[in-house]
Design a protein. Sequence first.
Length: 234
Amino acid sequence: MSDLGGLWGTLYEASIWVIPVLVGITFHEAAHGWVAWKLGDDTAYRLGRVTFNPFKHIHPFGTVILPALLILVRAPILFGYAKPVPVNFQRLRKPRRDMVLVALAGPAANIALAVAAAGLLRLWAEFYGAREAWPADMLISALWLNAVLAVFNLVPVPPLDGGRVLMGLVPSELSRRIEANQNRFLLGLLFVIFFLPLLLGQIGVDFNPFAEFVAPIAHGLASAIARLFGLTPV
């Protein structure tokens, strides 16, 4: 029975994250494409990426396999990614300014989803009282996940959205240099988040940049949104 209980717990844990993950990445990527379209670049629109159909944005490994593995091993963080929406920044009406607006659209969509989740959670509490139920657990997951997506994507490292914002604010020459080295920045980010903590852990050093920097800010954002609706901070 204990094995069945453990299996049920894992399935339940996965079930309360599936919808938030799919909705969160779909709205995030669709928002990038929609804002780019409205600002002059219809690349994403022509490719059918300005849509709320999650199958247009799902990355087989980043959206399905990686988060599932992290849930199964009960990892302390949930991480994943979707297929990036293609944007031709040179087609935007004001490329440098509009690059910032397109980049901010994704995190803004996640913050809006976090607010919506908190609002629905408050309605659930009003109508059904106790929050301990699958819909409530799913909405709490949606609130937390979207706060994490918003905060993490605003880290000013390319190719994250915060990196795009940075590129739109720094001088043009420096922006071009940053863009030319995006892959190196990405590898460095993955190394610092995933591999460096493992390496330092082997010598007894506790180092988790996600837990120390991203998670506290995301927790503060999620708790602030919860308080807006009179809910207990998450």
